[in-house]
Design a protein around this ligand. Structure first.
Ligand code: VGL
Ligand code: ZN
Length: 240
């Protein structure tokens, strides 16, 4: 009884000591990605940067940030949005619809986009300054004509897997760091699906830029937080 009480007091004492540590001391601890971590670089393609068909404001600013933090990772996966011509996510596929309006598809509400990232076009190529020579896999998504895929794991119908989850699990990956474009669409959906697949997930905020359609950026951060996705900065990652 006495010993138990002493243990309890010791435990409380430790908690008190931890609680007394200043917040800056906590943030000084950087994350060091291990062999079981992967950097996922989402859709850093010509279409999503200045001059592309669906430009994200300041999209190209993610490139140097991603190049820098990539040095900290043994494992890197790159994604490409890779649509067929006349894809069901394009406003042009419907009479009387304009980009950024929505429509109902078999799997739910679909935002309609300008034609973008069509397979084999210059627009769909990776940004020329992205320097990731050690990346091991490029996964393409959104290639089924009637189904969109913001997520690198699961198409928008919620049941067609891309295979990325199996690939990462077979390679012993436990922890996923997500970067790229756009924060509130492909990055957020990829991050939340990675959580759903059982990975530990961090989104590197300054290595992403958002579209922010009708408040979608705040909504995405909120949904990600609810699902246990961590929000970190590139400076939180230990490089070298
Ligand atoms: C994306 C809209 C349509 C993205 C892709 O990469 O975030 N957004 N297709
Ligand atoms: Zn797309």
């Amino acid at each position: 009884m006495k010993a138990d009480r002493r243990k309890l007091l010791t435990a409380l004492g430790t908690m008190g000591a931890l609680g007394a540590v200043a917040p800056w001391a906590w943030s000084a601890t950087k994350v060091k990605p291990g062999e079981d971590s992967v950097l996922i670089v989402v859709d850093v393609q010509n279409c999503f940067v200045e001059g592309g068909t669906l430009p994200v404001a300041k999209g190209s600013e993610v490139v140097p940030v991603i190049n820098r933090i990539s040095k900290a990772f043994d494992n890197i996966v790159v994604t490409q949005d890779w649509h067929t011509q006349g894809h069901a996510s394009f406003a042009s596929a419907y009479g009387g619809k304009k980009p950024f309006e929505t429509t109902k598809l078999s799997y739910g509400t679909q935002v309609l986009w300008p034609d973008h990232c069509v397979q084999g076009t210059k627009d769909a190529e990776l940004h020329k300054d992205l320097a990731l020579p050690s990346a091991q896999l490029i996964i393409r998504k959104g290639y089924h004509p009637k189904v969109d895929s913001y997520s690198a794991f699961m198409e928008a119908d919620g049941k067609t897997a891309t295979g990325l989850s199996g690939y990462l699990k077979q390679r012993g990956i436990k922890s996923v760091f997500v970067t790229g474009l756009a924060t509130d669409f492909c990055v957020a959906w990829t991050a939340m699906d990675a959580r759903a697949a059982g990975f530990e997930v961090s989104v590197v905020e300054d290595a992403c830029r958002g579209i922010d359609l009708n408040g979608s950026l705040d909504a995405a951060w909120k949904s990600m937080a609810e699902k246990g996705v961590k929000r970190i900065q590139s400076g939180d990652i230990q490089i070298g």
